[in-house]
Design a protein around this ligand. Structure first.
Ligand code: HEC
Ligand code: HEC
Ligand code: HEC
Length: 283
């Protein structure tokens, strides 16, 4: 095999490691309880991830060294890969079946022939065991261990000055938004203008929540930033004018709904939704 072919072969292996083998429905089950001991707060370090990095380094190390003809290190990485793979397979009993120790051993044997084509071929079977688990479990693990919870966040409503849970506050924001649009649709512009004031202050209050998870103020350019502010000003101008222009009104409502609500939901609500579903199953 020439080096171009070997290279494309490697790309193919990496491709298999990150993509599911066949198209199928995705089921997102909550990761097993036994995984929790390898993540904060139970473990100081994310031990599972460290284990992944070890395997990945040895896996990649084999090929880096085969290319460099540094065979001593090829053999070291091959032995370590089998050792770490075996160790990982014992960490989460519920996930034992994802591992194929024989495939790891066969790959190590092939690597030790120092024939890169043989090693490449034998790595496929092992790589697939990594890929299968990633396809089925990685997003679930991100949701459980990496995505902070909105359910613990409280917001103080600037209108009632009452503190409430984030999702209750969302319902409030949502109904004051409706107050603006429904009244406008009925031609009740004064009521719509009054609702707009409430809606604006409640919506902009969402700024106070960003710092619960984000450390930079820069993120506040999004959803609750200048675009929203400009849309609010344009809406107020329309509602206070002699004859409000429906086209301009709905244009700005659309802008708020999209860059204010929808864009935040697309990034933040997805994970929240999954977390909530897992919680409901348990209750
Ligand atoms: C039994 C399931 C399982 C198997 C088998 C598995 N992994 Fe993973 N792997 C995971 C999960 C879950 C994550 C996500 C961890 C996280 O983000 O907290 C992950 C993440 C990774 C990452 C990314 C780490 C990061 O910093 O985000 C690498 C690299 C990786 N695995 C390599 C491998 C290799 C190489 C193999 C096979 C030799 C393998 N994994 C086998 C479950 C598995
Ligand atoms: C419950 C925690 C939480 C809250 C509250 C929150 N975010 Fe995020 N947000 C995240 C996480 C987690 C990510 C993924 C990337 C990261 O960690 O920054 C993210 C990503 C983003 C991104 C994508 C770009 C980036 O930095 O990764 C933007 C923009 C953003 N958030 C803006 C906001 C704004 C504006 C607010 C307040 C109105 C907000 N977020 C409130 C958790 C949160
Ligand atoms: C900080 C980003 C963010 C912004 C901006 C935002 N939302 Fe949300 N919204 C969320 C998250 C996260 C949830 C899920 C909360 C949960 O799971 O408890 C949610 C949930 C909701 C819900 C469901 C509430 C419930 O009882 O479960 C409604 C309705 C809603 N949002 C409407 C809106 C509307 C309307 C706007 C714009 C005017 C908006 N949201 C702006 C993040 C945001």
């Amino acid at each position: 095999m020439n080096s171009v072919r070997i290279f494309s072969f490697l790309i193919l292996i990496i491709f298999f490691m990150v993509t599911p083998v066949k198209a199928k429905d995705m089921i997102l089950k909550e990761p097993p309880q036994s995984l929790s001991k390898y993540y904060p707060p139970k473990s100081k370090e994310p031990k599972w991830i460290k284990q992944m990095h070890k395997m990945s380094t040895h896996f990649g190390g084999i090929f880096v060294n085969l290319k460099e003809k540094d065979f001593e290190n090829v053999d070291k990485h091959a032995d370590k890969l089998v050792e770490e793979y075996q160790k990982t397979s014992e960490m989460v009993p519920e996930w034992e079946d994802y591992f194929d120790i024989k495939a790891a051993e066969e790959f190590a044997i092939a690597a030790k022939t120092h024939d890169i084509a043989k090693a490449g071929k034998a790595s496929g079977k092992l790589g697939k065991t990594c890929g299968k688990c990633h396809a089925e479990q990685e997003v679930a693990v991100w949701t459980k261990f990496h995505w902070p919870s909105f359910h613990k966040i409280k917001v103080t409503d600037p209108i009632s000055e009452k503190e409430m849970a984030f999702d209750d506050y969302m319902s409030k924001v949502s109904s004051s938004f409706k107050g603006v649009t429904v009244n406008f649709g009925e031609g009740q512009y004064n009521r719509s203008a009054k609702a707009l004031k409430t809606f604006k202050s409640q919506f902009m209050e969402l700024k106070s929540t960003c710092s619960k998870c984000h450390t930079t103020n820069d993120v506040k350019r999004f959803y609750v930033g200048k675009e929203a502010d400009t849309a609010f000003t344009a809406l107020a101008n329309e509602l206070n004018s002699e004859k409000p222009n429906p086209r301009k009104f709905w244009e700005n409502i659309g802008l708020l709904g999209k860059t204010g609500c929808k864009h935040c939901h697309l990034t933040h609500r997805t994970y929240s939704f999954i977390q909530k579903t897992w919680k409901q199953v348990k209750e």
